[in-house]
Unconditional design. Structure first.
Lengths: 312, 499
């Protein structure tokens, strides 16, 4: 219990440090935000108004104070560009990106693990070579390029899938999946390649181990040997890797959402940075950082619950 | 057996009312706030064209035509503009659009915090309601561009009741009087409008719904059109145009923009203007003479632009025809440099990271090199370049302007002494006098003469070297008809229909 309390106490200085970093880094963005926000006309009245509204004329620490005061009261501010509260934007966008990342993960697991098993079992045959070429291709293909090529093939040439855009699953689940499959594949593609390589090497190691030889010697069916005996053990490092890659997927979603015009979390922050929509940038980054810190805390707590030796 | 079935099917298809349709428009950017007073972006204006009617509109020749105002008249001393407001018009919430509503809106534009219309309407001192359908706008001094301002966001009318009730949350649910009313907006996603049944000009509207969807990547935008997910897209990539010629299912439309692309030169914005090689007018002249605008248009815009040398395109009614686009003259450029005593002048050309601007910088660099110029290119993100320009931390700067219907909107803020967008730091009393006079008179012929005078001064001093005027490139399904090509690049939904 005292451990958990101590860990909780450590969160506060961490969050404070993170918030200072977010605020400070944002100030390094070049260009006067008021001018960037004021539009093409850049009417001096509007520029002055925006400076006042966002306290841009005041010293850094005073501005930080204004921001923190709002954050502590649960107010992340409002987007200047579209006049919406930042918190509601985050809540609206997050599920979209989580769905995209989730689907991408499923695609990556299905393709990556299957290809990994097959190439390990058929090591040094043409099947293995094809799977390896696929993995190399997956790793080296830029997301946006693959995205555009797939759009041209599946939307323009074949007409099977929509070219871009997003339909909410609550509106139409079928259309939602149709609109998500291309971006999820593009996003999951690189991860599938990574998973394939790891599954393959883990499988090769396990397949050459003693207990697998014993299982085979017992005359077990080869399918049972591979799927029940070998795969289970081989999957341990793959599962760890998959968990680690989830964060990678979320950042990869930024580019994928841009290409496929999906109004998600990644697009929210990219557009906000380019439009110098400060409240949105600060709010989104603070939210993400807090989420990571809380997840880390939960992981630490879980370790302790599982392993009493760590309770020291 | 088959034939009657086919006939029945055809009949059933024909029976679907022509209006039960959605028009899906693909935008190149995500619009900002949907409040005409606060709005800043070009794409926002495309959405407003469906949502909010204006007092007046412009036609393809940039002439002012009636919309919510049916007629108008300047007073003898040019100090008030009396407008007759169309009868029987209501806002989307059922409120009446009358002279009092117009007064409310002009005052809202002028006083709302953060209003982007305040500058456009600055000369308007007061608004009088003469009778329920007549309104009088009083100006501090004659101001000819006022009507053109009223043909844009400054002339858009929102429901006073809704605006007062919503306060600064108006843009979440804008209430205007245009052909379509607001349904919903997914941030960074689709904006949906539905037909307003009481629209005053409803006979011209042939859709039940309109959606506007930002698809930033031009290739993906075009792919959406080709795959039938969008019916209309704006800003086609010039390099995609040749391939579209062979597409039977897609039609393209184009118009020369009212804005310009040019190179602004720092001739007085900061001390740097006194140190640069470009401070000598002969060097600036040599620089311009070294440029082949036709080649720039070909290389940078795949030919989808019109070369130009003024604040409006040669196709624009306000173009000073007595000052045509000069041809490239390398010998003259070299001779001028010799005369100025600098055969290898060097300067830095600032450009934003956008693809067009960078290509311009590269082409200009290699062209001017042939005359002896040594140009260094400095690339920075757009808002950073603006900041640098604002502080005068540059020598020359590749900068475009989207343009306004009245040429004053392309000149005044950019070239008159000490105006906010005058990044060049140009200050010429004769020039200012001509432009100020052109604001005071409404006779187009006299104004054109003044603009021509100003143009010749600009050509002598070269605060901006104008290069070309982009073509608006739209593409739409061949089933769509009735799109009116107007140089401001907006999508007016009246008379558009899908077969």
């Amino acid at each position: 219990m005292s451990f958990i309390l101590r860990r909780l106490g450590a969160i506060i200085p961490t969050l404070f440090f993170v918030s200072v970093m977010i605020f400070g880094l944002q100030q390094l963005l070049p260009g006067d935000p008021a001018i960037a926000m004021a539009g093409e006309e850049r009417d001096p009245n509007v520029v002055a108004y925006l400076r006042g509204k966002f306290h841009l004329d005041e010293p850094l620490h005073v501005r930080y104070g204004y921001w923190m005061k709002g954050v502590l009261a649960g107010d992340l501010g409002e987007s200047v560009r579209i006049q919406r509260p930042v918190a509601s934007l985050i809540l609206e966008k997050l599920p979209v990106t989580l769905e995209l990342a989730g689907l991408a993960m499923v695609i990556a697991l299905v393709i990556g693990i299957t290809a990994g098993i097959v190439s390990a079992v058929y090591k040094d045959t043409w099947v293995d070579y094809v799977a390896n070429v696929f993995a190399l291709w997956g790793l080296s293909t830029p997301n946006f390029w693959l995205g555009i090529l797939l759009i041209l093939l599946f939307a323009v040439k074949l007409g099977w899938l929509p070219a871009s855009g997003y339909v909410s699953p609550f509106e139409d689940l079928g259309e939602n999946l149709k609109s998500m499959i291309l971006p999820a594949f593009v996003l999951g593609n690189a991860l599938a390649a990574v998973l394939m390589r790891h599954t393959r090497s883990a499988m090769l190691q396990v397949l050459s181990s003693d207990y697998v030889r014993t299982a085979r010697a017992k005359g077990l069916d080869e399918r049972v040997v591979i799927l029940r005996h070998a795969l289970r053990n081989a999957l341990v490092p793959v599962v760890t890797l998959t968990a680690l890659q989830l964060g990678e997927l979320l950042s990869g979603a930024v580019l994928t959402e841009q290409v496929f015009s999906i109004p998600g979390f990644g697009k929210l922050i990219v557009d906000a940075v380019f439009n110098r929509d400060y409240s949105v940038v600060q709010g989104v980054v603070l939210f993400t950082a807090t989420a990571y810190i809380v997840l880390n805390l939960l992981a630490d707590v879980a370790y302790v619950l599982i392993n009493p030796r760590m309770r020291a | 057996m088959k034939k009657p079935f086919a006939a029945a099917l055809a009949a059933a298809l024909l029976a679907i009312p022509a209006s039960a349709q959605t028009l899906r428009i693909g935008l190149a950017e995500d619009p900002d706030v949907l409040d005409p007073t606060l709005a800043r972006t070009f794409v926002g204006r495309i959405v407003f064209a469906g949502l909010c009617d204006k007092l007046v509109d412009i036609d393809k020749d940039l002439k002012i035509v009636p919309q919510l105002a049916t007629s108008w008249e300047w007073s003898g001393d040019q100090k008030s503009l009396t407008m007759k407001i169309r009868q029987g018009v209501t806002f989307h919430d059922g409120e009446k659009l009358d002279a009092a509503a117009v007064k409310f809106n002009i005052e809202r534009h002028k006083t709302l915090q953060g209003s982007n219309r305040r500058g456009e309407l600055a000369p308007v001192t007061s608004v009088d309601v003469v009778d329920p359908h007549t309104v009088k706008l009083n100006v501090s001094a004659p101001y000819a561009p006022l009507l053109a301002q009223l043909a844009d966001r400054s002339g858009m009318m929102v429901s006073p009741k809704a605006a007062q009730a919503a306060g600064d949350k108006f843009s979440a649910n804008p209430v205007c009087s245009g052909p379509f009313k607001f349904v919903e907006r997914i941030a960074q996603g689709k904006i949906t409008l539905e037909r307003f049944p009481n629209y005053w000009n409803k006979a011209a509207i042939h859709f039940d719904k309109v959606t506007y969807e930002p698809v930033i990547d031009p290739t993906v935008r075009l792919a959406n059109l080709k795959s039938g997910q969008l019916d209309f897209i704006e800003r086609v990539n010039p390099s995609d145009m040749p391939a579209l010629k062979g597409e039977s299912k897609i039609k393209v439309a184009k118009a020369v923009e009212i804005g310009y692309q040019g190179i602004t030169i720092n001739i007085g914005k900061s001390d740097l203007s006194q140190k640069t090689a470009l401070k000598d007018p002969r060097v600036r002249e040599a620089f311009e003479a070294s440029l082949d605008r036709e080649a720039i248009v070909q290389v940078v815009m795949d030919g989808e632009a019109v070369k130009g040398n003024q604040w409006v395109a040669p196709t624009n009614p306000w173009y000073a025809k007595d000052q045509p686009v000069p041809k490239r003259d390398l010998n003259r450029a070299k001779a001028l440099l010799r005369e100025a005593g600098v055969t290898n002048p060097s300067f830095t050309l600032l450009t934003a990271t956008t693809a067009d601007a960078q290509r311009i910088a590269q082409v200009v660099q290699s062209m001017a090199k042939e005359a002896g110029f040594d140009i260094k290119i400095q690339v920075a993100e757009f808002s950073t370049t603006l900041n640098m320009a604002d502080k005068g931390e540059y020598e020359a700067y590749v900068l475009a302007w989207s343009g306004r219907a009245d040429p004053d909107g392309n000149i005044y803020n950019h070239l008159v002494c000490k105006q906010p967008l005058n990044y060049s730091g140009y200050c010429n009393a004769d020039f200012d006098k001509a432009i100020n006079e052109a604001r005071m008179i409404s006779d187009p012929a006299q104004r054109a003469k003044l603009f021509s005078q100003a143009a010749s001064l600009e050509h002598r001093d070269r605060p901006i070297v104008y290069l070309y005027h982009r073509q608006w490139l739209w593409a739409h399904t061949n089933r769509l008809s009735g799109y009116r090509v107007i140089p401001d690049g907006l999508v007016r939904l009246q008379d558009m229909r899908i077969k």
